[in-house]
Design a protein around this ligand. Structure first.
Ligand code: 13P
Length: 233
């Protein structure tokens, strides 16, 4: 299983140093990936975890103030990068075409992309979620070779579930994961959105989950250890 931690824009320098020390004591047989806030990347010791970026630039390099490129992230020991998180799609107006560019940049720089997809509450209620997810998947993986396509890790994060404490039921998760597998039968698929040490017992009964992308829980390491210990694989 893959356990990816998304710190988002939390933890200042001092807080991150303490956090990193505590994270080193986490005990797991799973693949642990930490995606800290970009500025904390050089402080991350990554002894018992892999390092990932939360985002990379769609540009290879050049005059793009404030951007961090895939190659730069790689040279700071990142092995993974999140692409197209819903918060970036919403707040930074990232398009599916942007996610496609970013996936290409990351693969060129030897970073494994973790592509986030997911529908809003409205899209779910109007039964348009499959349409949204298929568009996100199709455009993001456009022009990739079959080998490159298979390298992309998919994270299904329903937007209505992120930070809300509400998670889809197992039938809803199984349905979406089967749907993703119709497009990408050999890719790893993570679930993200309010996953925690209390609902993991239920999530354990889902058919296809290859791991989790955790936001809030990434900041509560005691609870994270409980979550990890309860994962059934
Ligand atoms: P929460 O686990 O806080 O709901 O966040 C999920 C997420 O957005 C991870 O990328």
């Amino acid at each position: 299983m893959i356990i990816a931690l998304n710190n988002k824009s939390h933890l200042d320098k001092e807080e991150f140093e303490k956090y990193n020390e505590e994270l080193e004591t986490i005990n797991t047989r799973h693949t642990l990936i930490l995606c800290p806030s970009t500025i904390n990347i050089p402080l991350a010791t990554h002894k018992n975890y892999y390092l990932g970026a939360q985002n990379i630039s769609k540009f290879k390099e050049g005059a793009h103030t404030g951007e961090v490129t895939a190659t730069q992230a790689y040279t700071y020991d990142c092995k993974y990068t999140i692409i197209g998180h819903s918060e970036r799609r919403e707040e930074q107006h990232e398009s599916n075409e942007d996610t496609n560019e970013k996936i290409k940049r990351s693969l060129d720089a030897n970073l494994t992309p973790i592509l986030c997809i997911g529908e809003t509450k409205e899209e779910r209620e109007e039964n348009r979620y499959k349409e949204v997810l298929s568009k996100e998947l199709t455009i993001a993986t456009r022009d990739l070779t079959e080998t490159d396509k298979e390298k992309v890790i998919i994270a299904y994060e329903p937007i209505w579930s992120i930070g809300t404490g509400i998670i889809p039921n197992n039938n809803q998760i199984d349905e979406v994961f089967s749907f993703i597998k119709e497009f990408l039968p050999n890719n790893k698929i993570l679930y993200g959105g309010s996953a925690n040490e209390e609902n993991i017992d239920e999530l354990n009964n889902c058919k296809y989950i290859d791991g989790y992308l955790l936001g809030g829980l990434s900041l509560k390491l005691e609870n994270l250890q409980v979550f990890i210990d309860k994962i059934k694989d």
